[in-house]
Design a protein around this ligand. Structure first.
Ligand code: ATP
Ligand code: MG
Length: 440
């Protein structure tokens, strides 16, 4: 339990701190409303005790900030008898309770303990619900189940995990699930995409910076590693981590400490790392883009998430799940999907994996005008650079023919079967293969 106390009169603040200290309750005191808001943004508290009248920003503003970030976090208002009306107003705005001055220390402690107890119950219930409702990983295929079992087996340890899988296979979802299955679930889960942030910014995002570290750094800023203390950090697209930052990350993994940019103080952190990539890291090591020592360090526990085309058995379950979920989100209900539409989905390649399936279902729900999603509601982007529909019809038809044949050969790996599938005889197929210079 950690309590934030906001009180502008120094001796009164000391008194409140003493009361909590004597009960062994960890607490932090601040004299200004602004400092309180800063603390709330950066640290986690079990409760806040606040005065209503503060010289800079008042208790209402603090209350507002708390409600925005942690709607359930209890705020106990301390106020003089003369301003009870304002205290009542604070309660209407979401304060937990108020205590008129003067009060008995036991009265405050009792109220505080009760508030924190209620709060803890609520947040553990939330985490519980998250685990079973929000972080739902749908699928019953053997491949997916194996990946999930691996995830569960490592969840309670502090071991780093490397999630491997094509785009849209659910790497982020797995990372969150891991966090919620771990003993860290009541602490932060922070994710950083190493590919989408410029190098300099990525460095300060991760490690933070000291005041004066560079032009514009007029205030010390904590990095995500620091903020995630006791929680989980998800480093997405780790294969794109700039080579210059790799030794720094390696050091964090080995020593569990780092320095802020421009700083010399060692900052120790306790975080669990989850990495993800859709790149072949071994290849990146060979190409000199990824340090080998870091590669070994992060790949202690790899989990491969299979692409959707290798688990088409999961498609009906996923479709059903998305119909419900998206239907609720956009407030348009459909009851299900027609068999031929489902067949179409099962045969498709899903290069964008589950994300693409989800988008396809969303579009289908939006355009559908009946109880079921029908074939006509489904739009699939069979994108292929060779499939260019411009120019005279004869050229386009040839492109389509070439594409279809190359695709069939790739799919079956056997020309006889491909010919059968395409409905042409073997000789015709042979001649077309040489005409279009298709390599097998
Ligand atoms: N098994 C699953 N059950 C339900 N939803 C899933 C499942 N797998 C993925 N999703 C959903 O599909 C979408 C894509 O998943 P996610 O963002 O985790 O993929 P990713 O592997 O991180 O993709 P990228 O490499 O493109 O970042 C998300 O909306 C996610 O909730
Ligand atoms: Mg992702």
């Amino acid at each position: 339990m950690k309590v934030l106390i906001v009180e502008d009169k120094e001796n009164y603040l000391e008194l409140l701190k003493d009361i909590l200290d004597s009960e062994g309750i960890e607490n932090i005191g601040v004299l200004r409303g602004k400092d309180a808001v800063e603390k709330i943004k950066r640290e986690r508290f079990s409760a806040i005790i606040s005065d209503l009248f503060l010289p800079d920003i008042d208790g209402f503003k603090i209350l507002e900030e708390v409600k925005k970030r942690y709607p359930e976090l209890p705020v106990i208002i301390i106020t003089a008898f003369s301003s009870i009306e304002r205290a009542v107003e604070a309660i209407k705005k979401g304060a937990y309770d108020f205590i008129p001055k003067p009060f008995e220390p036991e009265h405050l402690i009792l109220k505080l303990k009760k508030a924190v107890e209620t709060y803890n119950l609520k947040i553990s219930k939330e985490a519980y619900e998250d685990k079973f409702e929000n972080i739902e990983i749908i699928g019953e295929s053997e491949l997916l189940k194996k990946a999930l079992e691996k995830l569960e087996s490592v969840a309670l340890t502090d071991s780093s995990v490397l999630l491997l899988g094509e785009s849209g296979t659910g790497k982020e979802l797995f990372a969150k699930k891991l966090h919620f299955l771990s003993k860290r679930r009541d602490f932060p889960f922070l994710s950083i995409n190493c590919a989408s942030i410029p190098e300099k910014l990525l460095e300060t995002e991760l490690f933070g910076y000291e005041r004066g570290a560079f032009t514009g750094a007029y205030k010390t800023k904590r990095g995500k590693l620091e903020i995630a203390h006791q929680g989980t950090v998800f480093l997405d697209e780790i294969g794109d981590l700039p080579i210059e930052l790799q030794p720094k990350l390696l050091k964090v993994l080995e020593e569990k400490s780092f320095e802020r940019v421009g700083g010399t103080d060692k900052i120790s952190v306790d975080v669990r790392f989850v990495f993800a990539t859709n790149k072949n890291l071994r290849e990146e090591v060979k190409k000199g883009n990824f340090r080998e020592d870091l590669f070994f360090r992060i790949s202690v526990f790899p989990i491969e998430i299979p692409p959707l085309r290798e688990r088409e058995g999961d498609i009906p379950l996923l479709v059903e799940h998305f119909i419900k979920k998206i239907g609720a989100k956009i407030n348009k209900r459909v009851e299900g999907i027609s068999p031929d539409a489902l067949k179409l989905l099962k045969e498709y390649e899903w290069r964008g994996n589950i994300r693409e399936l989800q988008n396809t279902i969303e579009r289908a729900i939006i355009v559908s005008d009946g109880k079921l999603i029908n074939k006509k509601d489904i739009f699939l982007y069979r994108e292929d650079p060779e499939l260019d529909f411009s120019g005279p019809l004869s050229d386009v038809l040839e492109r389509v023919e070439r594409f279809k044949i190359a695709d069939a050969i790739k799919k079956f790996g056997d020309k006889k079967k491909a010919a059968e599938y395409l409905g042409i005889n073997y000789k015709t197929l042979q001649s077309k293969i040489s005409k279009y210079k298709i390599e097998s």
